[in-house]
Design a protein around this ligand. Structure first.
Ligand SMILES: Cc1cc2nc3c(=O)[nH]c(=O)nc-3n(C[C@H](O)[C@H](O)[C@H](O)COP(=O)(O)OP(=O)(O)OC[C@H]3O[C@@H](n4cnc5c(N)ncnc54)[C@H](O)[C@@H]3O)c2cc1C
Length: 440
């Protein structure tokens, strides 16, 4: 049992968000002389970089998520709270979650980001993004049902619409999901249908800018484009989407009729800026001080996708996992230093490089001046992702799944479950859910 006198004297640290940033702070404060509370609206930490593999039936949700309680169970100074934070009372130093108030001496806001539709929120109903497990399973359902419906459809125009898939956004998420969808259609589903040929499905990747993967070197953008085209993906650059509806997307260069549109184009930071009434950038990220504290609040820190932090080149750091993790590590050290009455230097980001994969054996990798594409890059991508997954079970299961997919082209989690994405009805209407061969 905890020593009450000791506990009452210890600073209370509250972390909101058990994603990459928040979890790293929590782990960095293991055994620190603090009482730590991690608050998250979900009971699990999610490895978002592999969400697209859940959406394309390569992995199950449980393979890329772990309960936060289980991850932190050995930290005696830490408790976990399943709650949705609705505000911050900075004056009283309390986190607000509905009626509940959670007092803090130090607060870390690591609440991430969500999709943004550039002011066209109505598009969301027709162009789903992937940020949460529910988004990924919704998309998996939608993609698999499109093939099932096409198999039963007698109108050729509607069948074409069902077999056309548009991915909006040529960043890493868009590139990865387009490649995975092409492989699903051309390899995993290729011989499962009798009326349609899934290999004739069109996967169209639409990007407003002049090249894919704009944060990578131009040479790697070209390599990614060639790899996607080799898989059969149609890449449309310099094409700005001007509308999304139930039958497709409109763009500056014309209309694409499609029943499935995947959104990977924009993000908006969480509401932390609103809660603190702090200055934010155009995507809502809080403009933090060099020690990542919110302006005017020396004991409140904002990190990860919710923070606007400038890199050495004067540009804002990107919303990627290494940024969130390095910031989390920094804050844990800073809180330890403050408690010990020591100074701590400002935050500095060290870029460990960028990776993106295209299908099951191509990738692009950029580590400083080292640039790789192709098979070797894919091996590196795989090793890095397995290494950073949390938990031995998840690492093992994902590695085995990939080995199986690599050898057999099959995707083991092609289950259609949950309500119909079109009608919201409990069972998909006009289509019987069919368990494919080899489904687990
Ligand atoms: C599909 C996809 C692919 C990606 N691929 C890559 C990649 O290949 N490489 C890479 O480096 N990065 C990738 N990223 C980006 C990376 O996942 C993020 O940069 C990273 O997750 C940010 O970490 P974070 O801690 O700021 O937020 P998150 O990891 O998003 O965690 C935020 C946490 O806060 C919780 N939360 C939010 N609001 C509340 C609230 N009000 N109350 C309580 N809890 C709340 C959430 O439940 C969540 O657990 C990808 C992201 C996505 C969506």
């Amino acid at each position: 049992m905890a020593d009450i006198t000791k506990t009452m004297l210890r600073p209370r640290v509250v972390i909101v968000g058990g994603g990459f940033g928040g979890l790293t702070v929590a782990q960095g404060l293991a055994n620190a002389p603090v009482d730590l509370t991690v608050v998250d609206q979900h009971n699990y930490h999610l490895f978002q970089p592999l969400l697209y593999q859940v959406a394309t039936a390569a992995l199950s949700p449980a393979d890329i998520a772990s309960p936060i309680r289980a991850i932190l169970r050995r930290q005696c100074n830490t408790s976990v709270m399943l709650a949705t934070v609705t505000g911050i009372d900075a004056t009283r130093r309390e986190v607000v979650s509905g009626e509940r108030r959670i007092p803090f001496d130090y607060l870390v806001l690591a609440t991430g980001a969500q999709h943004a539709y550039f002011g066209h929120d109505g598009w969301e109903a027709h162009a789903k993004g992937i940020k949460k497990i529910d988004d990924a399973t919704f998309l998996r359902r939608k993609i698999l049902l499109a093939f099932e419906r096409a198999e039963l459809e007698t109108d050729p125009e509607e069948r074409n619409r069902l077999l056309t898939f548009v991915v909006v956004g040529g960043g890493a998420t868009g590139v990865e999901i387009a490649g995975a969808m092409a492989e699903l259609a051309c390899k995993a589903l290729a011989s499962d249908f009798r009326v349609i040929d899934p290999a004739h499905a069109r996967i169209i990747l639409v990007e407003a800018g002049p090249r894919l993967l704009p944060t990578f070197h131009e040479h790697l953008s070209k390599a990614a484009r060639h790899s996607l085209e080799a898989l059969g993906v149609e890449v449309r650059l310099s094409t700005t989407v001007t509308g999304c509806d139930e039958a497709g997307v409109s763009s500056g260069t014309g209309r694409i009729e499609a029943r499935t549109v995947v959104w990977g184009a924009g993000v908006q930071a969480s509401r932390a800026g609103e809660w603190l009434q702090a200055e934010t950038d155009r995507v809502g990220r809080v403009k933090v001080a060099p020690d990542l504290s919110a302006p005017g609040h020396a004991n409140i820190f904002v990190i990860g996708d919710t923070a606007h932090v400038l890199g050495m080149d004067g540009k804002p750091l990107p919303g990627v996992a290494p940024v969130a993790k390095q910031e989390g590590k920094y804050i844990a050290k800073l809180i330890r230093a403050r408690i010990a009455g020591r100074e701590h230097p400002p935050f500095r980001y060290r870029d460990p490089g960028s990776l993106a994969t295209i299908g099951r054996k191509q990738a692009v990798v950029q580590f400083g001046r080292v640039r790789l594409s192709g098979y070797l890059a894919w091996w590196l991508w795989s090793l890095v992702h397995i290494y950073f997954l949390i938990g031995f079970r998840n690492r093992l299961v994902v590695a085995m799944n990939w080995a199986w997919t690599y050898a057999s082209f099959q995707r083991g989690t092609r289950l259609i479950t949950g309500p119909d994405p079109e009608t919201g009805e409990k069972e998909p209407s006009s289509v019987m859910a069919v368990l494919p061969r080899g489904a687990t």
